[in-house]
Design a binder for this molecule. Sequence first.
Ligand code: PLP
Length: 367
Amino acid sequence: ASRFDNITMAPPDPILGVSEAFKADTSDMKLNLGVGAYRTEELQPYVLKVVKKAENLMLERGENKEYLPIEGLAAFNKATAELLFGADNPVLHQQKVATIQGLSGTGSLRVAAALIERYFPGAKVLISSPTWGNHKNIFNDARVPWSEYRYYDPKTVGLDFDGMIADIKAAPEGSFILLHGCAHNPTGIDPTPEQWEKIADVIQEKNHIPFFDVAYQGFASGSLDEDASSVRLFAARGMELLVAQSYSKNLGLYAERVGAINLMQLSGNPDFFNEWKEEMEMMAGRIKSVRQKLYNNLSAKDKSGKDWSFVLKQIGMFSFTGLNKAQSDNMTDKWHVYMTKDGRISLAGLSAAKCEYLADAIIDSYH
Ligand code: PLP
């Protein structure tokens, strides 16, 4: 017997399970739409050229790996705050923003959760229903109480805006309201600019604290500024807020967990910055084009009269198809299309060549 016997195994990651099942499938038709990681039209992982250049430059310069200050690399912190708020945003010049480096999106969220637990004991975090699965794990782990606000409306495969507003209003004063800055995961459904204003109104009225999770800046629309507009709208109102940022998707640094080093290079080199923006636009553009193509195929092939326009209204890497668990099982078992059982597909894993096949699979599974 060991004194560590009562430590239980953490549950397996559901998304990695989908990838395992995909690997084991021998069908030629197979398609992995589970993991939220960008793929090329050849369905291969993509390392940004600008990232490779920055890595080479760092080697050439013989950069060392000395310890950084506790708050992280100052040049990175400055650059990441400027990307988020916009370099000429007065909140930066007035030194209203403090930034520390975190271990990608997840680690930054966990640090923010620890801050809430320590300095706002008993305060509740409200998360969208549904949300990225790790939000619940992170707040549970930090012992921060949370509950959900309505977000997804299965009837319209759209936003339950009234439900969202009602639930934010009903939350105890001074709650933290977790908002996806853009490209909501898993639904791909974002509030409109007018809806963001109303969300900010109720948060202000209730003295809540907005807590943004920005994991897709630039990656959703192709524009860094447009994807940060929700956060900037709140900042312009002079609201206090928390923002977690990730560079996994927009710089393709999934495995690194510290996007810092590459970004420091970018911030010191405007050519690299422009190159990055072009590559990010290219990635966002490829996803937008397969989204359109999937929609075209769905609406041309489905004779049932179903309105598929929700596919086009969603934004970012993901699309909520509205398929239930049994229908999602049919997608995998019959069509070899791997996806999470909540009906979410990652369009980053879809090629133009596979859109027609996927449309057939979805139509077959729906009816
Ligand atoms: N937040 C959301 C909404 C996400 O979708 C993700 C990744 O899928 C993350 C945070 C965290 O990503 P990472 O920790 O890989 O940067």
